[in-house]
Design a protein around this ligand. Structure first.
Ligand SMILES: Nc1nc2c(c(=O)[nH]1)N[C@H]1C(S)=C(S)[C@@H](COP(=O)(O)O)O[C@H]1N2
Ligand SMILES: [Mo]
Length: 258
């Protein structure tokens, strides 16, 4: 565990301790804290949405950092350049022909060019990315607020999730496309952005150009790169293996928030 991981875990422990105290969880004093905490942290329940909701609240902010904290480089993980001819053509023309499609359970389906995305209300944030493979990096992200996009397309009352469809077919299993999904609480969270810049530069291809999701309270694999299309849905049963994301279909937790 590196220092960054330790810091995150300490803060998480602190938040659990505070909420347990506030809620007065029954039966807690029968267990010694040293037994109880490691047991809970080691179990899948920590990644369960209900627990997270109780412990942290869905509006809680992810920690933000200062420029002094920035990692010297922000590494790439997973796909570094999508093996997809349509994507290659967009990249060759510097993404001038790119448009993000927004469809599904919305009153006004439409497309957003990069210029239109850059003109939307934006947010800049310095945050820590945590990959389950055991590395972390701190980067400065700038992007359109997902809430601004949703305010424009107006999800219907049936909409429960935003699905992010990506440009990259995953090499390890042939052709399945990368995709991810988040619920409406995370979609409207102030730190949830479609980032077009990293460390004051246009988002590099290795990090998801032209647009990648930042959903800061969640683990790395939720942060979809190469986002081509948003789909508002009431279920993801019809997408992939129906578990809400490429890695979820291989057994990862859908709710990867802490
Ligand atoms: N489209 C797409 N998004 C993706 C991935 C990917 O392979 N394809 N990898 C995920 C994982 S596991 C991580 S840790 C981050 C890595 O982001 P980075 O390349 O900017 O470091 O992107 C996530 N989003
Ligand atoms: Mo990751």
């Amino acid at each position: 565990m590196n220092d960054l991981d330790r810091g995150g875990r300490r803060r998480f422990l602190g938040r659990i301790a505070a909420s347990v105290g506030a809620l007065g969880v029954a039966g807690c004093d029968r267990l010694s804290q040293t037994e109880w905490f490691p047991k809970v942290l080691g179990s899948a329940e920590v990644l369960n949405g209900h627990v997270a909701k109780l412990v942290t609240g869905r509006k809680a902010m992810a920690q933000e950092f200062t420029p002094a904290d920035l990692s010297p480089t922000f590494r790439s993980n997973g796909t570094a350049d999508p093996n997809n001819p349509q994507y290659a053509a967009l990249a060759a023309n510097h993404f001038n022909d790119y448009a993000l499609e927004v469809s599904g359970l919305v009153a006004k389906p439409r497309r957003f060019t990069l210029a239109e995305l850059r003109a939307l209300p934006s947010r800049t944030q310095i945050t820590r990315h945590d990959c389950v493979e055991g590395w972390s990096a701190i980067g400065k992200w700038q992007g359109a607020k997902l809430s601004a996009i949703l305010d424009d397309v107006r999800p219907t009352t049936a909409a429960r999730y935003v699905v992010f469809h990506c440009a990259d077919p995953m090499e390890q299993d042939g052709t399945s496309p990368y995709y991810e999904s988040i619920d409406m609480d995370d979609a409207y969270h102030v730190q949830t952005i479609l980032a077009y810049a990293l460390n004051d530069q246009p988002l590099p291809i290795k990090n998801g150009a032209p647009i990648r999701l930042r959903v800061e309270r969640q683990l790395g694999y939720k942060h979809a790169k190469y986002v081509m299309r948003l789909e508002l849905v009431d279920s993801f049963a019809h997408i992939g293996d129906g578990k809400g994301g490429y890695w979820e279909d291989q057994g990862y937790q859908w709710y990867a928030g802490v």
